[in-house]
Design a protein around this ligand. Structure first.
Ligand code: GTP
Ligand code: MG
Length: 509
């Protein structure tokens, strides 16, 4: 797509280093970074929350290495969130094409960075310096206790989130990625495990591990505390509950289990003394529990996916198939004179296994919310948000000369020429329609204007009985305004959205 050409400004690499009371380490770290990155354009972005002499050391380093060492000193309320907000703040400071996050205490040897950068040349979006691959080691982690805790924490993350399994060390604090991948991501400041957040929220990334020889802390004191352990648990909780579509298998299983808790009591009540025979009581109990499961799955397990009529029908078909299996097992077990609730429970478990296997494709899907954001520096994310805000079915980006698309060329030319948005609605047919439940196609065209230039046109479409109104137009106009900067950024990155690429259209398979 024809976006304005621009030379990437800034260095190739920004090294983000959070520091708290690391006066004895920052000078050596800066020197070793200088040796390791000789010949590479780089900057170091320190974000400091220290109460010792680190600020003075940073000031001196910045004076000695102008344009290379940058720092931000945080005081008072700015320090809220500690390490997590420090890393996020450093990422926002970074101006390089790649960013590398590392600790200041030299546990992360700077000499590993060139190998990490090299991996990006081989197509990696995100490179993790891992303690757990061949050639790596974790000798620097003091004490058996800490090693065990670290191992257990990693295992829990990998068990909960299949997305985290793309790296052997998803809790590593030493990683490198293209900076545009991070633009537009709203990191939640609850967790200092930024890498885990990235792995879970942006599942489309190509992730590679390189071996890390995890050294001993050079000087100063560890800030790892019990409090950080608790924060980690809160982070897991937030990734599980707040990221739509994360840990989908677990959510699907939990919903299935809760369905059992609805089905069995209902079955017992309906087939109680003087009520229905057991095989008949099965039907309403199953119907209610199926409705319960379907609603929860829609609201929770598959919250990030599209819920059109086709998807609902496909879901219903699969649920009814599982129901048929359940009924057959239930009836067979009753015939063997098994007690009612035992037969119901075993039949329900059989149905859950059946349901899980026929829904395998949907259950294994990665969270969709951010998944395509990664490829274009925030454009996809902004469009995805926009679809939600205006209630569109999809929003996509068209090049200024969008000939050959479904949008009439005259209309597109008018929007670009006048630099003004347009909104139109098409009826379902040429006949006047009295009924209000007939879908019509409503389309908004919004130019993305930078100065005098139109960079691209955002198209929002909706197929529904009611078209977009003036409010949707106003909302979209504001949202598109916010896209100008992102799009200009994308013009700097290598991977631009393809011509007319359709984006924010999540759908369940
Ligand atoms: N800005 C900022 N940096 C922090 C904070 N807490 C820790 N850091 C830095 O984050 C990095 C990791 O902290 P460490 O204390 O080394 O934690 P750790 O590596 O898990 O623990 P050790 O293995 O004992 O070193 C270091 O560079 C710290 O200076 C904080 O509250 N604010
Ligand atoms: Mg450390």
């Amino acid at each position: 797509m024809a976006l304005p050409e621009a030379e990437p400004a800034g260095p190739l690499l920004s090294v983000v280093v959070p520091t708290r009371n690391e006066a004895a380490n920052v000078v050596l770290l800066t020197r070793r970074l200088g040796q390791a990155l000789a010949g590479i354009g780089y900057e170091i972005c320190f974000v400091d929350d220290s109460d010792d002499s680190t600020p003075a050391a940073l000031e001196q380093l910045a004076a000695e290495h102008p344009g290379v060492v940058r720092y931000r000193l945080r005081t008072g309320a700015e320090r809220a969130g500690g390490l997590s907000t420090a890393v996020i703040s450093g990422l926002r400071m970074a101006g390089g094409r790649y960013v590398c996050v590392m600790d200041a205490d030299l546990q992360h040897p700077p000499e590993t960075i060139p190998a990490m950068l090299e991996e990006t040349g081989q197509g990696a979006d995100l490179v993790v310096a891992s303690r757990y691959v061949a050639g790596g080691s974790r000798g620097g982690l003091e004490g058996v206790g800490r090693r065990l805790v670290s191992r257990a924490a990693t295992a829990v993350a990998r068990l909960l989130f299949s997305e985290a399994r793309r790296s052997s060390d998803p809790l590593a604090g030493f990683f490198l990625c293209r900076r545009v991948l991070l633009d537009g991501i709203e990191f939640r400041p609850v967790g200092f495990k930024i890498l885990l957040e990235l792995l879970v929220c942006v599942p489309g990334l190509e992730v590679r591990d390189v071996p890390l020889r995890f050294e001993r802390r050079h000087a100063g004191q560890s800030k790892a505390t019990m409090g950080q352990g608790l924060l980690y648990l809160r982070h897991l909780r937030s990734l599980f509950f707040e990221v739509e579509g994360s840990a989908r298998r677990w959510k699907f299983a939990l919903v299935g289990g809760s369905g059992l808790a609805v089905f069995l009591p209902l079955l017992a009540v309906l087939s109680g003394p003087g009520h229905l025979p057991a095989v008949l009581a099965f039907l309403p109990a199953f119907a209610v529990s199926m409705g319960w499961n379907a609603s929860l799955n829609r609201l929770w397990t598959f919250a990030d996916l599209r819920h059109g009529r086709d998807e609902a029908l496909a879901y219903l078909r699969r649920a009814l198939l599982s129901g048929a299996v359940m009924f057959a097992v239930f009836a067979a077990l009753l015939a063997t004179r098994l007690p009612l609730l035992a037969a119901g429970a075993i039949a329900a478990v059989a149905a859950m296994v059946c349901n899980a296997s026929i829904n395998r494709g949907a259950v294994q899907r990665s969270p969709q919310a951010w998944s395509r954001l990664a490829v274009d520096g925030g454009v996809q994310a902004a469009l995805s948000r926009l679809t939600g805000e205006v209630g569109a079915d999809r929003a996509y980006l068209l090049p200024v000369a969008g000939a050959g698309t479904a949008i009439p060329a005259e209309l597109l030319a008018r929007v670009v020429g006048l630099r003004r948005p347009a909104l139109w609605t098409e009826g379902a047919s040429h006949r006047p329609q009295r009924r209000s439940n007939i879908d019509q196609t409503s389309t908004m065209l919004l130019p993305v204007v930078a100065g005098e230039r139109v960079l691209a046109v955002v198209v929002c479409q909706r197929h529904a009985p009611v078209g977009f109104g003036p409010e949707a137009l106003a909302t979209a106009t504001v949202a598109v305004e916010g896209l100008v900067a992102v799009l200009a950024q994308a013009a700097l990155g290598e991977r631009l959205p393809e011509r007319g690429s359709q984006v924010a259209q999540p759908s369940e398979s």
